[in-house]
Every structure is written in structure tokens, then in C-alpha cells.
Design a protein around this ligand. Structure first.
Ligand SMILES: CC(C)(COP(=O)(O)OP(=O)(O)OC[C@H]1O[C@@H](n2cnc3c(N)ncnc32)[C@H](O)[C@@H]1OP(=O)(O)O)[C@@H](O)C(=O)NCCC(=O)NCCS
Length: 202
């Protein structure tokens, strides 16, 4: 596939089975790539619904594991970003994953990410001190296994969320959240520890 003067690498799922993006289960999938050597690996068993992927740069990588259901917007700008999503993870509608300038967003297995959640490695705009030096650098984000982010959570640059965590709706997370905990609020603070949760609806 050619995109202007840029080459767009053929889309391959994990495990090197050749199939095309349009064969992926799901509906209304859109992808725009400008750059070279960008790679998208999506397991055949994963479904994509109203997913838009925009890559603008080189050597970016998107990996989505087995049995996921993925919606929303995935954006990578600049070179060498990586977004990975572990198996059995559900990402709901209008969720936005944004990685800029060589950072990664790692989301673990069996996570549940509810509508309108925003996960980003960047503030998108520079903040300068009085010497005109930038003070808000981009930082990678890591989300463990079995993490439930309720509706409209914002996960900011540098956030690290441990395994088996719940983040309450409309929370803003920017720090390290320990495993087996519940954190809520703006800014998110741990309100319970030694907890787990079940994905089944009750
Ligand atoms: C996060 C949640 C699951 C935790 O449930 P819980 O363990 O029963 O804890 P509680 O609801 O008692 O909340 C604990 C404390 O955090 C506060 N809190 C809970 N969610 C909050 C939020 N989003 N923002 C700010 N404070 C919050 C509660 O007011 C409570 O404060 P208190 O101890 O001063 O009374 C629950 O509060 C929640 O937000 N449920 C909604 C889940 C949802 O949106 N589901 C839709 C599908 S994803």
C-alpha cells in the first residue's frame, strides 16, 4: 500500500498469519498512516468496532492481543511510539489512546476500559518556565492486568497502574496506583486496598 511518498507496511496480525485489516471482525474501521515502517499487529480473534487509527511518523507499532474488543481512537505522532493491548481486554466507545514522540502505552490483559476514557503520554502543548525551557515532558503510561477504568477517566503522562486496580468514573490519574486497590477522584487517590474485581455484570 502506498501513501503519498511514504510506504505503508503491510498489516500483519500477531503470529505472522497474513490477513488484511478489512478482514478483521467488526464494523466501521478506519486507518490513516503517513510515514514508513509502521506496524500494526492484531490478533485474528479480536474485534474492532468504530475504531480509528491515525499514525503520523515512522517506526511506530500497534499490537492488539487475542480476544479483545476495541473501539475509539488510537493516535501515534512522531517516531518510535508503541501501543500494546493484552489479550481479553475490552476498550469501549470513544476511548482515546494517544502516544507521542517515542513513548509507549502498555495496557495489560483482561482490562475493562469504559467509554470516553482518555489515556495519553503527552500534554500535546509545551509549558515553558521563565527561561523558556519546556517543563512538561512526555512520559510513557503502563496499565497492568485486570484493570477497570470506569467512564471518563483521564490517565495522564507517566501514570503507572498496578494489576487488579479499579479507577472510579471521572477520575484523573497521574501517579503510581498500587496493585489490588481502588482509586478515585481528581486527582485520583487510593480509597481501598487488598481488593480484586470481577468483569461479569451483576
Ligand atoms: C469506584 C467504585 C466502583 C468503588 O466502589 P466502592 O468500593 O463500593 O466504594 P464507594 O462507592 O463506597 O466509594 C469509596 C469512597 O470514594 C468516593 N468516590 C467513589 N467514586 C468516586 C469518584 N468517581 N470520584 C470521587 N470520589 C469517589 C465515595 O464517595 C466514597 O467516599 P467516602 O469514603 O468519603 O464516603 C464506585 O464508587 C463507582 O464509582 N461505581 C461506578 C462504576 C461505574 O461507573 N460503572 C459503569 C460501568 S464502567
Amino acid at each position: 500500500m502506498k501513501n503519498g511518498n511514504n510506504k505503508v507496511k503491510k498489516l500483519l496480525p500477531w503470529q505472522h498469519q497474513h490477513h488484511h485489516w478489512s478482514d478483521q471482525p467488526g464494523v466501521n474501521k478506519r486507518i490513516q498512516i503517513a510515514g514508513i515502517n509502521n506496524q500494526i499487529f492484531i490478533s485474528k480473534s479480536t474485534s474492532l468496532y468504530n475504531l480509528q487509527v491515525i499514525i503520523n511518523g515512522n517506526n511506530n507499532k500497534l499490537k492488539i492481543g487475542e480476544n479483545c474488543t476495541i473501539s475509539g481512537f488510537i493516535e501515534m505522532f512522531g517516531d518510535g511510539n508503541e501501543i500494546s493491548i493484552g489479550k481479553d481486554t475490552l476498550i469501549s466507545s470513544d476511548v482515546r489512546l494517544t502516544a507521542h514522540r517515542g513513548k509507549h502505552i502498555k495496557i495489560g490483559e483482561r482490562c475493562l476500559i469504559a467509554d470516553l476514557t482518555d489515556i495519553r503520554t503527552t500534554d500535546s502543548h509545551s509549558i515553558l518556565n521563565d527561561q523558556k525551557e519546556r517543563i512538561n515532558y512526555d512520559e510513557s503510561v503502563e496499565i497492568g492486568d485486570r484493570v477497570w477504568l470506569a467512564r471518563e477517566v483521564m490517565v495522564l503522562k507517566g501514570t503507572i497502574i498496578g494489576n487488579d486496580v479499579v479507577i472510579g468514573p471521572r477520575s484523573v490519574v497521574s501517579q503510581k496506583i498500587p496493585p489490588n486497590s481502588i482509586a478515585v477522584g481528581f486527582p485520583a487517590r487510593v480509597v481501598r486496598t487488598n481488593t480484586t474485581w470481577l468483569v461479569e455484570s451483576i
